[in-house]
Design a protein. Structure first.
Length: 481
């Protein structure tokens, strides 16, 4: 809504454009219409001019009725604009102190309506940045076009591939988790390929033969097979607890040391993220409860990142755990307006089959309540305000979750000291009195390499907290008396 009594206080921005339009309907209105529709919507004011101080002033129009008629004739001409997404109520003539202006309210185009382009050519597709319209790259246009489809991207049946692309160790691990999550499920005893068909990882091609789907390839494939379809595919997790080191630990695809698929990446990374989150001491009966609302919200955010990625997009998917925040960044913009996603009730994943695969393990929320829940948890835990950012010209989405507990704010700011304290506390939480542990067992638990784990174990031995015996691979650690 615009308060026209205070118009001079407004400035052109990402959602407001003013045009003097003294000579009639300006041709530049169409690039602005395309830009607003393909971004977050906006308001176009005709008969309003911007002075040298960037203030807006009413200039007025000589014949606004004719301009409105010209506008409707042109926007409904498919040779000029491919789709008209406006209704009659979106175009109004407003009288302000005897001067008439036209206000055109352009909504954000639904994903099945975009991209909005001009003159029958994709090169004439625009988006809004700041107070200007810019022409979209071919990559941006294709990204919007992929989202336009009724079927989600991961439903595609890859007829140039066969079932040898699957990493069956990943499939077995997924099925074992499903058996725990949903015991006695009707698919439990099916052969692997039949199970994958039921799950949506295998589909029928045009000749009625079975091939991997895009979802199956991404979830269960080997990295070297995935990049045959998705040339820019890359998954990257970085821990950056030490300000003097680019990363203190990292997991990424394309190493050849593990499958590189989405399923294995999720479980490798979520285990590490979970270990870096604080767990208040809480017992239910004699069992300690380690799964807090923050842990659940982080899982939700991670799955949202994975299932909403445009894997054909550039730069890959990146998760970073820093001392006071976690960021999830994925290729692909929002498919619905950000404010609508935050308010909840709308679920429109870019990869619906991937979402189903995670849902089968009771991971992720399909009812549109996942993002609101993340914001609610962060508010209740007083951790700060999550931030969503959408970079239009690269079609990327970034979620930042601040992690700064109230109890941490008075502590030392030495990042390396805090990092060491966190890891040694994890080790001591893990080790039970009377038991002896190998370095590899402890390393798996705290999600670090054995070499870095030995650094923390040496500190604990030097301080007298732990004792060790043996040497090299036979060396074990246990609590001192």
């Amino acid at each position: 809504m615009i308060d026209f009594d205070k118009l001079s206080e407004y400035k052109e921005n990402n959602r407001l454009e003013a045009k003097k339009a003294a000579g009639g309907l300006p041709n530049s209105i169409w690039s602005t219409y395309s830009a607003f529709a393909n971004t977050d919507g906006g308001v176009i004011l005709l008969g309003v001019e911007e002075n040298s101080d960037k203030e807006l002033n009413i200039a007025g129009l000589v014949n606004p009725e004719k301009m409105v008629a010209d506008f409707w004739n042109t926007i409904n001409n498919r040779g000029k604009v491919n789709i008209n997404i406006l209704s009659n109520d979106d175009v109004k003539i407003i009288d302000i102190s005897g001067k008439k202006i036209i206000m055109i309210t352009v909504p954000r185009a639904a994903r099945m309506e975009s991209p909005i382009y001009l003159n029958n050519h994709p090169d004439n597709t625009y988006r809004r940045s700041g107070e200007g319209d810019y022409r979209c790259s071919k990559e941006e246009f294709l990204s919007m076009l992929r989202d336009n489809a009724v079927k989600t991207q991961d439903m595609l049946v890859l007829e140039n591939m066969d079932n040898s692309v699957f990493n069956y160790d990943t499939v077995k691990a997924y099925r074992n988790r499903l058996k725990i999550t949903r015991p006695d499920h009707v698919w439990e005893d099916l052969p692997h390929d039949e199970f994958l068909y039921k799950l949506g990882a295998i589909g029928l091609g045009e000749n009625k033969t079975r091939h991997p789907t895009a979802a199956g390839l991404l979830m269960f494939g080997n990295d070297y097979e995935i990049v045959r379809e998705y040339g820019n595919y890359f998954l990257d997790y970085q821990e950056q607890f030490d300000i003097d080191i680019r990363w203190t630990d990292r997991i990424y695809s394309s190493t050849g040391e593990w499958s590189g698929n989405i399923c294995d990446f999720y479980f490798k990374v979520i285990n590490r993220l979970s270990q870096t989150l604080k767990v208040p001491f809480k017992l239910v009966g004699n069992t300690r409860i380690d799964d807090t609302p923050v842990h659940k919200a982080v899982r939700e955010a991670f799955v949202n990142c994975l299932v909403n990625s445009d894997y054909y997009g550039r730069c890959g998917l990146v998760v970073k755990r820093k001392l006071n925040e976690i960021t999830f960044e994925n290729p692909g913009g929002f498919r619905v307006p950000i404010d609508l996603a935050i308010s909840g009730g709308v679920s429109d994943p870019r990869n619906s089959v991937l979402m189903k695969m995670f849902n089968m393990l009771n991971i992720g929320e399909r009812a549109g309540s996942g993002i609101p829940n993340i914001f609610n948890v962060w508010s209740k835990e007083n951790l700060g305000v999550p931030r969503y950012e959408e970079t239009m010209n690269y079609s990327r989405t970034k979620l930042t979750l601040p992690i700064e507990y109230a109890s941490d704010k008075s502590k030392t700011s030495d990042k390396r000291a805090i990092k060491t304290s966190d890891k040694t506390e994890l080790i001591l939480d893990f080790i039970k009195k009377g038991k002896k542990y190998k370095t590899s067992e402890i390393a798996d638990m705290i999600a670090l390499s054995p070499a870095r784990t030995r650094v923390y174990l040496k500190e604990l031995v030097d301080s007298g907290t732990l004792k060790s015996e043996g040497a090299n691979k036979s060396k074990v650690y246990y609590l001192s008396d």
